[in-house]
Design a binder for this molecule. Structure first.
Ligand SMILES: NC(=O)c1ccc[n+]([C@@H]2O[C@H](COP(=O)([O-])OP(=O)(O)OC[C@H]3O[C@@H](n4cnc5c(N)ncnc54)[C@H](O)[C@@H]3O)[C@@H](O)[C@H]2O)c1
Length: 320
């Protein structure tokens, strides 16, 4: 029997990962604190497809204080995705939450996994650790990490924590996810807000000049890389997980407008603190070690998110 514990199970990426693991025959225990960063009801809805699933159980608890011993007693594979995400939210008062849910929670998970002799901890780092790089695409060990946001600093610190536990004998793999998108994307993320603005006929607050680019990664590809990282015989400590579809925000706006068949009014504002100009991943290492390469094209991926947002809207509309 294959057992897995997934932290952040009710989140965007975590809920997709739980579904994939359950479909692959794992017994999955998901852990989530339903933090209020966005509506906890949305997080419950993320788990809708797993309702009644025989091989899925949910534990509602907070990783920063719960007793992790019983959870990891049977030495499952650990997928640690729980975090306080979001670059903007990590400035000001938000940093306290960010340090607790990212650094403290990660240290506690690594410590407990080592004590329980778990075979591996795969955990979510972020492209944010790179900041504004001197050269692109970013290569895991060659590109210096210079985070530009407090969020990026916490993920960078988690990488250092993982290095310490790895040296102590725990198998850890950190995945630097690059802007993940697709159905259930977090409501604070630009693409989700853009889809909603298009469908509602509302305006979209464009921060910066729209020329900032991201290496967009579809959630199905991110989940696939995550599973492969757990099953690989001798993985490296860190992998870039990038979708291979670098596009500017202006390009994404144009493509989504074409798909929706309407234009969106832009409310222009200054660039957001901590936002980098560009992200681009070199994924040679993931291909070599994990036989992973992204498979979802940007148009197909954008369509999947727009369709999901539209379906969600339709469900919420009152029946007349
Ligand atoms: N979405 C992206 O583009 C992206 C990019 C890079 C890295 N990441 C990382 O991937 C992971 C998943 O991101 P996401 O977009 O799915 O975020 P999400 O906010 O949708 O999911 C995170 C989940 O963790 C839970 N959580 C937070 N603190 C907790 C705690 N102390 N105890 C238990 N549960 C807790 C939250 O309730 C939430 O459901 C995060 O670690 C994030 O930093 C995401």
């Amino acid at each position: 029997m294959r057992r897995a514990v997934v932290t952040g199970a009710a989140g965007f990426i975590g809920s997709h990962l739980c579904e994939r693991l359950e479909a692959e025959g794992f017994d999955v225990v998901g852990v989530d604190a339903f933090t209020p960063y966005y509506d906890p009801a949305d997080k419950r809805a993320n788990l809708g497809a797993l309702e009644g699933a025989r091989r899925f159980a949910l534990v509602e608890d907070d990783l920063t204080e719960m007793d992790l011993g019983p959870l990891l007693r049977d030495a499952p594979l650990v997928f640690h995705l729980a975090a306080q995400p979001g670059v903007a939210a990590s400035f000001g008062e938000g940093f306290a939450r960010c340090t607790a849910d990212n650094m403290l929670a990660t240290q506690r998970v690594l410590d407990a996994a080592a004590a329980a002799s778990c075979p591996r901890v795969v955990w979510a780092s972020s492209s944010s650790v790179y900041g504004d790089a001197a050269a692109y695409p970013c290569v895991e060990d060659a590109t210096p990490t210079r985070p530009r946001s407090p969020y990026g600093v916490t993920k960078r610190a988690c990488e250092d924590l993982a290095t310490i536990y790895r040296a102590g004998g725990l198998s850890t793999v950190g995945l630097r996810y690059f802007t993940v998108y697709g159905p259930r994307q977090r409501p604070d993320m630009a693409m989700r807000r853009l889809c909603e603005a298009l469908l509602d006929g509302a305006s979209f607050p464009l921060r910066g000049d729209g020329a900032q680019s991201r290496d967009f990664t579809h959630v199905a590809d991110a989940v696939d890389a995550t599973l492969r990282a757990a099953l690989a015989p001798d993985p490296a400590a860190i992998y870039n997980v990038g979708g291979g579809h670098e596009a500017t925000l202006a390009e994404v706006i144009g493509r989504l407008e074409d798909m929706a068949g309407r234009t969106v009014a832009l409310e222009r504002g200054p660039a957001q603190a901590g936002d980098v100009r560009r992200t681009a991943a070199d994924t040679t290492r993931a291909l070599a070690d994990l036989a992973w390469a992204p498979t979802v094209g940007l148009d197909e991926g954008l369509c999947s998110e727009l369709d999901w947002v539209a379906a969600r809207r339709a469900l919420a509309e009152p029946v007349t």
